[in-house]
Ligand binder design. Structure first.
Ligand SMILES: [Zn+2]
Ligand SMILES: [Zn+2]
Length: 84
């Protein structure tokens, strides 16, 4: 099950479960659409994978399967993956 992390790892913007701005990679690194597009160029800085829009969990199911409240933030800030 998706964690539905509460914020963008890059800019710490809030990304509530109903947000359509939340983008995730296969490991659920979570970013806002702005950072994913403009800062990261569609490539996850943690794993090098691509992003998809995070699906919206129906509100009725959030009560039973609540979203994560653990904020994850890249301490070193966000930068695109560099070609070696
Ligand atoms: Zn962001
Ligand atoms: Zn990733």
């Amino acid at each position: 099950m998706l964690e539905l992390r509460p914020n963008c790892e890059c800019c710490d913007r809030n990304l509530p479960p109903e947000s359509r701005q939340a983008m995730i990679c296969t490991f659920e690194c979570t970013f806002c659409a702005d950072c994913a597009d403009t800062v990261l160029g569609g490539v996850c800085p943690n794993c090098g994978g691509d992003f998809v829009r995070r699906p919206i969990r129906p509100a009725a199911l959030l009560a039973k399967y609540p979203a994560s409240t653990k904020r994850v933030l890249k301490a070193e800030g966000c930068a695109p993956v560099r070609a070696a």
